[in-house]
Design a protein around this ligand. Structure first.
Ligand SMILES: [Zn+2]
Length: 417
């Protein structure tokens, strides 16, 4: 499995940092030059892969190995663009991709500045305890965690972060498929998962009486808090007739995103750890597409909708879950059979208006009201979801899932939902 180590770089002296700036700027120039020619040839319907001219021009400035990597990076972008075009023609484009456009430039859309990045071929750098040894006679101090150790290191990317004025190195490594932890206990135990926005994770672990819900209310209110901060700042800028963007504004956007991700990471880590401790070896997840579309159509309230529309939250949540699960050595697979969140997990019918407001689902056959997300996860776990409990009037275990909230974020007080 592929993982990426991220390090902060600490150029020791002005000259060293100056050298990084020069190299990064020339990498960006080269990338943009190649890309410009390719876009021109693409739009004139005579696509040209040839990059000899740029290669010979830039190899003197950034070295032939790096010039080759820049060319490759651009090749990769075009190849995936063509692959998407092919899928589009066949009508097989993944639903989350709405528009397929040719590769863009290394340029920040908001500031118009070149994106500063240096590419180093996998065999041209070496990480020692304190230093990152690069070609061009550069030896830069690094800080951070060398979290993933692998036998094979990939192409190193050194990027300058405009907002923090810092350099970062991204080092991909191929980690052996051996899981970090082996699931304990019964090797065949499964957990069933339904992903959502209000309830990030609704799950049921085989053999448990109650399903668990990992609530997203903290995520929503925190996201909303920063959303309003951004709104206030934007309207202030407008009033004062200032530019539409600023460093401070971009920092606010980033903060909102970082906090969102941090909260999601915590929730997912807790859930997966819990699964692991209970000896789960496989997680079965509902069809994410289906759920996403349901969340879009349903009235989830102003805040939830704003978050869904403004964010690729779903892809992030799904990907994060996938990698965390992989880290623990647990398998993950999608439930293949078709079902929708409108299906009743008790009788298998689709009740008209079964999904009511406030996250409830009503089964008209049995006259039962249940948590809509629990109904969702029961559909995924069926036929083994513990049905007897449903009919036990005094023991509505399944309608009362245990709820876990991410409460450890007390540094900023978000308003309550
Ligand atoms: Zn029913």
């Amino acid at each position: 499995m592929k993982r990426t180590n991220i390090f902060k770089l600490k150029p020791a002296i002005k000259e060293q940092e100056q050298r990084l700036f020069e190299l990064a700027d020339n990498c960006a120039r080269m990338f943009n030059e190649i890309n410009y020619k390719r876009r021109q040839s693409f739009f004139s319907r005579n696509f040209d892969w040839n990059t000899d001219e740029s290669y010979h021009k830039y190899k003197k400035v950034i070295g032939s190995a790096t010039a080759q990597q820049v060319t490759r990076k651009n090749n990769e972008a075009w190849k995936s663009f063509f692959a998407l075009l092919r899928l589009k023609k066949q009508g097989k484009l993944p639903r989350q991709i709405r528009k397929v456009s040719p590769p863009g430039y290394w340029k920040d859309r908001k500031t118009g500045k070149r994106v500063l990045m240096i590419l180093i071929r996998c065999n041209c750098y070496k990480l020692s305890e304190k230093y990152l040894k690069l070609p061009f006679g550069l030896k830069v101090r690094w800080k951070g965690k060398n979290r993933w150790e692998g036998k094979k290191q990939g192409r190193l990317e050194i990027r300058y972060d405009d907002l923090s004025s810092r350099w970062y190195a991204y080092m991909p490594v191929e980690v052996e498929r051996k899981p970090l932890h082996q699931p304990t206990g019964d090797k065949k135990k499964k957990a069933y998962v339904d992903l959502g926005i209000i309830n990030i994770i609704t799950s049921w672990i085989e053999g448990e009486k109650r399903p668990g819900i990992y609530s997203g209310s903290t995520v929503l209110s925190d996201w909303w808090y920063w959303n309003e901060k951004i709104g206030e700042y934007q309207s202030n800028m407008e009033k004062n007739g200032k530019r539409k963007t600023s460093k401070r504004l971009r920092k606010l956007f980033r903060k909102r995103k970082k906090r969102f991700r941090h909260l999601i990471n915590t929730i997912i880590a807790r859930f997966v750890k819990n699964c692991w401790e209970k000896g789960v070896s496989e997680i079965v997840i509902g069809d994410v597409k289906n759920i996403r579309e349901n969340s879009r159509k349903k009235k989830k309230g102003r805040k939830a909708n704003a978050m869904i529309n403004n964010f690729w939250s779903f892809n992030y949540i799904y990907e994060r879950l996938r990698t965390t699960v992989e880290n623990y050595g647990i398998k993950m697979r999608k439930k293949e059979e078709k079902y929708t969140s409108k299906t009743c997990s008790l009788c298998g019918k689709v009740h008209r208006n079964g999904r009511k407001h406030r996250g409830l689902y009503v089964c008209k056959t049995h006259g039962v009201t249940m948590n809509a997300d629990v109904n969702g996860v029961a559909n995924i776990a069926n036929p083994i979801f513990p049905k007897p409990y449903w009919r036990d009037r005094d023991n509505w275990l399944v309608t009362q899932p245990s709820v876990v909230k991410a409460l450890i974020f007390t540094t900023v007080k978000p308003p309550t939902l």
